[in-house]
Design a protein around this ligand. Structure first.
Ligand code: MN3
Length: 206
């Protein structure tokens, strides 16, 4: 049984950067539906016992192509939104410190350079999808983007997402309409860098 992340803040807590109706629709409708559909499909495929990251890293083992695609879409949706909602916070914003900040400086040159490149990934993803900051066990960082509900776990190169920005229109359209760039800019005000750093430490230390 895959359990939807429980929000530790109210739907309106991220105003004005992310509006309450978007948060409620996103969490209680979209994310809830991905979670239910994943549980239904995983039960049919007999893979419910797999930890979600392991499941997304071994989709090729699912022989039924219809179930494989359903689990790719909804398992990705489940995992991606668990990460998304857990790495934004009303106390967000600012910048990371510690090991993550050092790794960013090493990989991107500076936090400002990271922001520029991460934003470019988010704006460059054509149509629905995600932009990612990922890490591997050596502590190396990687920026990438994925279509649909795909994520780096499905690519099998050892990188695990530690921060993701949802650029599906359902994540921003009610407030920002077609202006994805404004949403991406606002997103930096809600990133919970303590949570991202905890994800980084977890990936790095296995
Ligand atoms: Mn979404």
């Amino acid at each position: 049984m895959y359990i939807q992340y429980q929000l530790p803040y109210a739907y309106e807590a991220l105003e004005p950067h992310i509006d309450a109706l978007t948060m409620e629709t996103h969490y209680a409708k979209h994310h809830a539906a991905y979670t239910k559909n994943l549980n239904d499909a995983a039960a049919k495929a007999g893979v419910s016992g797999k930890e979600i990251a392991e499941l997304l890293g071994s989709l090729a083992d699912i022989t039924d192509s219809g179930l494989r695609q359903t689990i790719r879409n909804n398992g990705g949706g489940f995992y991606n939104h668990n990460l998304y909602f857990a790495t934004i916070s009303p106390q967000g914003g600012g910048m990371p410190d510690g090991a993550l900040a050092q790794a960013m400086e090493q990989e991107f040159g500076s936090f400002e350079a990271f922001k520029e490149k991460f934003s470019a990934q988010a704006l460059g993803q054509f149509g629905s999808g995600w932009a990612w900051l990922s890490a591997d066990a050596s502590g190396k960082l990687l920026l990438s983007a994925s279509p649909n509900q795909d994520n780096p776990l499905m690519e099998g190169h050892g990188f695990v997402p530690i921060l993701g920005i949802d650029v599906w229109e359902h994540a921003y359209y009610l407030k920002y309409k077609n202006l994805r760039a404004d949403y991406v800019k606002a997103f930096y005000n809600v990133i919970d860098w303590k949570a991202v750093a905890a994800n980084y430490d977890c990936v790095k230390n296995g």
